[in-house]
Ligand binder design. Structure first.
Ligand SMILES: [Zn+2]
Length: 535
């Protein structure tokens, strides 16, 4: 989709600038922890008599929440009057879940995530380029959830190495799988500076950080990675890295890849966020956890996230399934990789790698269903102290074709990794309710406050999210603790999560009485201020 030109373009960007200034002004007002007990005012929406949990202040008690427009205006022990009142008796009221790792930036994926309690779904690991096109495409279609993007290092690298122009969509990445030069070759000094310039443009266009899909181009140079981290430090934004290697065997091990990230944080001061610790660490998590604890103890800015599944999802042509990959993943086989629920064998895998390298598959890196040791490895990643829960959720496909547009419900055979529909409710069910590995408040913290804090030093909007406090954004979930659960499986992923009675974005229910409000599109862009140098 081309940008509009001339005066229309300037007007559009002035609009964005004014909106960002408004956000910045509102965000500059500190949150109040005081509670209003006034019942004289009528609120636009009241969530009455729920168990309100705020992970930051420690509030965990019966309250009514009064919402005015898109903000929480009161939190009260006594009843509040509202033009609309939602009864939350017997239900938990918590901040909406913030997903830092949502690849499915379209309507079907967002709706599936709404059932999972997500109110903000950000694409930070891959990111996009160019940024204005990515934001504008979503704004034109509308979203139930808040959305936003990092700028993609990999898109910039592919553009320079292959002379392909990115179009702001993830399809660009899939198309690039047909070529391999960008995966293995070093960038010349000239190429590196042009890659950096493209990324810098993305940051000036309001990107939330730099997405670094290092593992998809593991042959890139250390100096290139260093330059990217230096740029992040210069702009004070986080990087989001899918680490370079995925292997228990040295050299080129997961351990080495995480060590590189630690060294970049130390040398540049950049905030380095490590994506999906569960899948990147494979069966080496105990040593990698030690490495990360050590680095964090020395006050390096390193954060991480995980999703509660032993399988990942990627394209079948990915570099990590080449060479001695079975050994490197600690004893994997072609049968650990599935296409739409059907496992490969050696010959069908080789064929798919050659003929359809851009096809999305599910790969079981850990087998928690078969091995207590693997379950423990997964738990160490998911429960890493201070880590966020993030879905790595994907787009939904039908017979290999992506489902886009206003399609609902999705056709029964629609396919994606089940994390795309159940990451957050699965974590609640499995880790909090059933196995009681973490308290409800601590579990909620991983899905709300921690992801907000990972971004808020550079993204002012996030200071108002991940909290149930007066002045915070009215992004809320209201759920039944007894029944909240994921339902999707690897073979039948297309099953919405259950237990979310209401999911509210900017004061507007997108899930009401457990059902999707199809025409509710209150999602807003999350974006750093756009540089004004062009005006
Ligand atoms: Zn990844």
């Amino acid at each position: 989709m081309p940008l509009p030109d001339g005066s229309e373009w300037v007007a559009k960007h002035l609009q964005i600038l004014v909106a960002m200034l408004a956000v910045a002004l509102v965000a500059a007002v500190p949150l109040s922890h005081a509670e209003s007990t006034s019942d004289e005012d009528t609120f636009d929406l009241v969530i009455a008599n729920g168990r309100v949990i705020d992970p930051e202040t420690g509030l965990d008690d019966l309250r009514s929440v009064g919402i005015r427009a898109d903000r929480i205006a009161a939190i009260s022990r006594t009843p509040l009057r509202g033009r609309a009142v939602l009864d939350a008796s017997g239900l938990v009221v918590a901040p909406g879940f913030i997903d830092l790792h949502a690849h499915g930036q379209d309507l079907p994926a967002a709706r599936m995530q709404a059932f999972d309690g997500v109110t903000t779904a950000l694409e930070l690991e891959s990111g996009r380029l160019p940024l204005p096109v990515a934001y504008e495409r979503v704004a034109l279609e509308g979203r139930p959830l808040n959305y936003g993007f990092s700028v993609s290092w990999l898109f910039a690298r592919i553009a320079e190495k292959e002379a392909m122009e990115p179009d702001g969509s993830i399809t660009f990445f899939q198309d690039a799988q047909r070529r391999t030069g960008w995966q293995h070759t070093l960038a010349s000094p000239g190429e590196t500076s042009r890659i950096i310039a493209r990324i810098e443009q993305g940051l000036q266009d309001g990107a939330l950080g730099i997405g670094i899909l290092a593992g998809y181009a593991p042959g890139h140079g250390r100096k290139e990675a260093f330059a990217v981290a230096q740029l992040a430090a210069k702009y004070g934004v986080p990087t989001f890295t899918h680490a370079r290697y995925m292997s228990v065997i040295e050299p080129q091990s997961s351990f080495e890849a995480i060590e590189e990230i630690v060294s970049l944080a130390a040398a540049t001061g950049a905030h380095m966020h490590i994506n999906h610790l569960n899948s990147i660490a494979v069966r080496d998590i105990p040593r990698i956890a030690e490495l990360l604890h050590g680095a964090q103890g020395r006050v390096l800015r390193i954060t991480t996230e995980a999703y509660p599944y032993g399988a990942g999802s990627t394209v079948v042509g990915a570099e990590l399934f080449r060479g001695n990959w079975r050994e490197r993943l600690g004893g994997a086989s072609a049968g650990d990789i599935e296409l739409a629920g059907i496992p490969f064998d050696d010959s069908t895998l080789a064929e798919a790698q050659e003929k359809t390298p851009g096809e999305w598959i599910v790969a079981h890196y850990l087998r928690p269903d078969r091995s207590a040791v693997d379950q423990d490895y997964l738990d160490q990643s998911v429960l890493f102290p201070g880590g966020a829960i993030a879905s790595d959720g994907m787009r939904w496909t039908l017979n290999g074709e992506v489902i886009t547009g206003d399609v609902w419900p999705l056709p029964p055979e629609a396919f994606a990794h089940p994390r795309s529909a159940g990451t957050f409710t699965r974590f609640l069910r499995d880790y909090v309710l059933e196995r009681k590995r973490e308290s409800l408040r601590e579990g909620l913290r991983r899905m709300t406050l921690i992801p907000a804090q990972i971004l808020e030093a550079s993204v002012l909007q996030m200071t108002k999210k991940g909290r149930v406090q007066v002045g915070a954004d009215a992004d809320l979930v209201v759920f039944d603790l007894a029944t909240v659960s994921d339902r999707g499986t690897y073979t039948q992923p297309n099953q919405t999560a259950v237990g979310m009675r209401y999911v509210i974005v900017s004061g507007v229910p997108v899930i009401r009485d457990g059902a999707l409000v199809r025409d509710a599109l209150p999602g807003r862009p999350i974006r750093r201020p756009v540089a004004t140098a062009n005006f």
